[in-house]
Design a protein around this ligand. Structure first.
Ligand code: ATP
Length: 306
């Protein structure tokens, strides 16, 4: 029986790994994208992660022949640091995340992790090293506990609960009558966008990758949820190389460096304060967002006391 069990167990592991990779791709890139042909080079070795320094060197990229989306991007996320990418809609922010995960190959330059071109290593090892917190997380028709544990299906229960605490989910889950056994999905509990993103953060904490790719939700979250997400992100990004794709500006203040993209190029970069002082594009984006938030707050007050 043991002779049968060992290979079956191995197959199970391989199956889970493939399934995880597929789910990662699905959630990261949305179903609208056609999976392109990205294959391992013959004889590609595994990525050897040291600190997990990410570098984009003169990266150019086009989805099709008509238009370059990225036109020579140089950026570095030093090991353990957090860099946030901001910029107007369509600037190419999410594309940067897709290239790091090697969902597409660059058309010029290179993306490297600890000096290794992502095209030269196996995709399985690359994707093991990167935890993705996507904009929209896929939940399975199963319990909330299962959905959280999915980041590492063989994790001991204490670890799952610890991850849920760090992702500011534990109190919410235990407030449900059936706790971690609550069914989610079509016929169960519906999670809000913010809660789903926290499930993804808990999964990433369990996966414990050297590199974290956080794709902030596009939709506006209420300020309480926003704070919870920020706190969770701080927890998961501590000590990991983190690239935040910021569609709003709320998560970027803490970043070690903010990179402002515009029309496929780096327009400016620096800390939040340095960029505000500079009075350029970032400062303008920030002002615009503050004004929108003030307006929203006034509307909320007006709705409460007409
Ligand atoms: P947003 O903040 O609105 O999400 P973004 O900065 O993340 O925008 P990207 O999603 O990186 O922008 O897209 C950059 C450009 O590439 C856009 O013009 C977009 O229309 C185009 N694009 C994105 N995905 C594809 C695709 N799969 N095929 C063709 N063009 C694409």
């Amino acid at each position: 029986l043991m002779q049968l069990y060992m290979p079956l167990n191995f197959l199970g592991m391989v199956y889970r790994e493939i399934k995880q990779a597929l789910v990662d791709m699905e959630i990261m890139f949305g179903l609208k994208d056609q999976p392109p042909e990205v294959a391992d080079h013959p004889g590609a070795g595994d990525l050897a992660v040291e600190g997990g320094t990410v570098r984009f060197e003169g990266v150019r990229f086009a989805y099709g022949p008509d238009r370059d989306v990225l036109r020579g991007i140089d950026l570095e996320v030093p090991a353990g640091r957090t860099v946030a990418i901001v910029g107007p809609s369509g600037a190419g922010k999410s594309t940067i995340g897709r290239l790091l995960y090697r969902f597409y190959d660059v058309t010029g330059g290179r993306v490297a992790i600890d000096g290794q071109d992502v095209r030269d290593v196996t995709q399985a090892s690359l994707r093991r090293a990167i935890g993705v917190v996507p904009q929209d997380t896929v939940l399975f028709n199963d319990t909330i506990g299962y959905n959280i544990a999915y980041g590492r299906p063989d994790a001991p229960w204490e670890d799952v609960e610890r991850a849920a605490r760090l992702a500011s989910l534990h109190d919410f889950v235990t407030s449900l009558p059936r706790g971690y056994d609550t069914a989610v999905g079509e016929r169960g509990l519906k999670l809000s966008g913010g809660e789903k993103q926290r499930v993804a953060i808990a999964r990433a904490i369990l996966k414990d990758p050297a590199i974290l790719l956080f794709d902030e939700a596009t939709s506006q979250l209420d300020s309480h949820t926003e704070k919870d997400i920020q706190a969770a992100l701080r927890q998961v990004s501590a000590g990991r190389t983190t690239l935040v794709i910021a569609h709003r500006l709320s998560t970027v203040i803490d970043a070690d460096r903010i990179v402002v993209l515009d029309e496929g190029r780096v327009a400016e970069s620096g800390t939040h304060q340095a960029l505000l002082d500079q009075g350029g594009r970032y400062a303008a984006l920030w002002r615009k967002q503050q004004e929108a938030q003030d307006l929203e707050a006034r509307l909320e007050v007006a709705a409460r006391d007409p």
